[in-house]
Design a protein around this ligand. Structure first.
Ligand SMILES: Nc1ncnc2c1ncn2[C@@H]1O[C@H](COP(=O)(O)OP(=O)(O)O)[C@@H](O)[C@H]1O
Ligand SMILES: [Mg+2]
Length: 370
C-alpha cells in the first residue's frame, strides 16, 4: 500500500464514491492536473460519469463491484458521506481512503458530530438525543421551544427536519419525521449563517478559503456571498474552528463547517457549529471563479498529497444555486457576460433539485450588499 507521505502522481487513478455534481467538478479539476478518475455510483449516466474515464454502476453493497473498483484505483475519496460503513472498511484494505472512515462516521451522525464539537470545546446549539416521542416530550421541556427535530442520519437540504413549537404534539412530530433516531436542537435566532472550508494534506498542512455568508430558502442553500461581511477577528475565529476540527479528525481532504453567528446581551459575538461535511461543499462553489485555486482543485491536491494551492480570493463573488426550472433559463443567464454558468448535466429538473449554479464576480469591495 502507498506510503502516506508519498504524493500520488499525476496519471494515477482517483476513485470517487458518489456520482453527483461534486464528483463531476472534482473529476474536471483532477483531469486538469493529469489524474484519471473512476467513479462508483448506483446511478446510470450520473453527472460525474459524464466527465470521467471509468464508471462502475453498482449498488454500494455490491461486494464484487467494490472489490474490482478498489483494485483499479490508487486512492479513494467521497463526494457525499452517506456511504455504508462496510463498503468503506472493505475499500480501505485495497487502497488509501481519504478522508478516513472515522471522519465519515462522525459526519454521518448528528449525535457523533455534536459530541465531537462539544468535546473540543466548540459551541453548538443546545441539543439532546431522542429515540421516541416520550423522550421528545422530555427534551422539549429541557431545551425549550422553538426547536428543530432532526434525524440523526441521512438528512440533507433541510430534509429530515421538523420545526417544534410550544404546542407541538410530540407524537405527531415524531410521525412527521418518519421515526428516529433523532436529535432535538434549540432553534437559534442567528444573525448570519457562515461557512469555512479547510483543506488538509496527509502531512497536516492546512489552507482555508475565505469565510462566506450563506442564505437558505426552504432549507436549501440559495446564495453564498464571498467574503462574508463580518469583522476579520470573527472570520479568523471561524477559520480556527475549522482547522481545529480538521486536525482533531486527522482529516485528509476538505472539511466544510457551517456555523451560526449570534450576539449575546453584552454584544459579544458567538460562533455555533451547525454541521460539517468532509468533502467539497456547495458554499465553496464560488472558489471556481473567485479564487486562484478552486475547492475542487484543492480537494484533489489534498487527497493526492501534493502541495496545496493558494486559496487566495482574487474577486468578490456571489454564487447562486439554480434549482429545477431555473436551469432552463441558461440562454438568458449566458447572455450576461459577467455570469459564470456551471451546469451539472442533469436531465430532469425535479422540485428542489440542484441543476447548476452561477458565480457572479465583482472587483474587491464592489460587491452589492445583497
Ligand atoms: N437549530 C437551528 N436553528 C435555526 N436554524 C436552523 C437550525 N438548524 C438548521 N437550521 C436551518 O436549516 C438549514 C439546514 O439545516 P442543517 O442542519 O444544515 O441540515 P442539512 O443542511 O443537512 O439539511 C440550516 O442551514 C439553517 O438555515
Ligand atoms: Mg447544512
Amino acid at each position: 500500500m502507498q506510503d502516506p507521505n508519498e504524493p500520488i502522481k499525476p496519471g494515477s487513478v482517483i476513485g470517487i464514491i458518489g456520482g453527483g455534481q461534486l464528483g463531476r467538478m472534482t473529476a474536471v479539476a483532477a483531469a486538469e492536473l493529469g489524474y484519471r478518475v473512476h467513479v462508483f455510483t448506483p446511478e446510470e449516466n450520473s453527472p460525474t460519469a459524464q466527465v470521467c474515464e471509468h464508471a462502475t454502476v453498482a449498488a454500494y453493497d455490491d461486494q464484487d463491484a467494490i472489490e474490482a473498483f478498489g483494485q483499479n484505483v490508487d486512492v479513494v475519496t467521497f463526494e457525499f458521506e452517506n456511504v455504508p460503513a462496510e463498503t468503506v472498511r472493505h475499500l480501505s484494505q485495497l487502497a488509501p481512503v481519504r478522508p478516513s472512515w472515522e471522519c465519515l462516521a462522525v459526519s454521518q451522525d448528528r449525535v457523533k458530530e455534536k459530541t465531537f464539537c462539544n468535546d473540543l470545546g466548540i459551541e453548538t446549539a443546545p441539543w439532546k438525543e431522542v429515540t421516541n416521542p416520550m423522550e421528545l416530550s422530555v427534551a422539549m421541556a429541557e431545551i425549550g421551544t422553538p426547536a428543530v427535530l432532526k434525524t440523526t442520519r441521512m438528512g440533507y437540504d433541510g430534509k429530515g427536519q421538523v420545526r417544534i413549537h410550544a404546542d407541538t404534539d410530540p407524537n405527531q412530530a415524531w410521525e412527521q419525521l418518519g421515526g428516529g433516531p433523532a436529535i432535538l436542537e434549540g432553534f437559534i435566532n442567528f444573525e448570519l449563517e457562515i461557512s469555512v472550508i479547510t483543506a488538509r494534506r496527509p502531512n497536516g498542512t492546512m489552507a482555508s478559503f475565505d469565510v462566506v455568508e450563506n442564505r437558505h430558502k426552504d432549507g436549501v442553500l440559495d446564495i453564498t456571498i464571498a467574503p462574508a461581511d463580518i469583522p476579520q477577528d470573527l472570520a479568523d475565529r471561524a477559520c480556527a474552528i475549522g482547522q481545529k476540527m480538521a486536525d482533531a479528525l486527522d482529516l485528509v481532504g476538505l472539511l466544510a463547517v457551517e456555523l451560526f453567528v449570534t450576539h449575546d446581551d453584552k454584544g459579544n459575538a458567538h460562533l455555533l457549529v451547525n454541521e460539517m461535511a468532509p468533502r467539497p461543499h456547495n458554499s465553496g462553489h464560488w472558489t471556481q471563479d473567485g479564487c486562484k485555486t478552486s475547492q475542487f482543485e484543492q480537494f484533489v491536491r489534498a487527497v493526492t498529497g501534493v502541495a496545496l494551492g493558494t486559496p487566495q480570493r482574487h474577486c468578490d463573488t456571489v454564487m447562486k444555486n439554480l434549482l429545477d426550472a431555473d436551469a432552463l433559463l441558461w440562454e438568458q443567464q449566458l447572455s450576461d457576460p459577467d455570469n459564470k454558468l456551471h451546469l451539472y448535466g442533469k436531465s430532469e429538473p425535479r422540485t428542489g433539485r440542484k441543476m447548476g449554479h452561477i458565480n457572479r464576480l465583482y472587483t474587491k469591495g464592489s460587491q452589492p450588499k445583497c
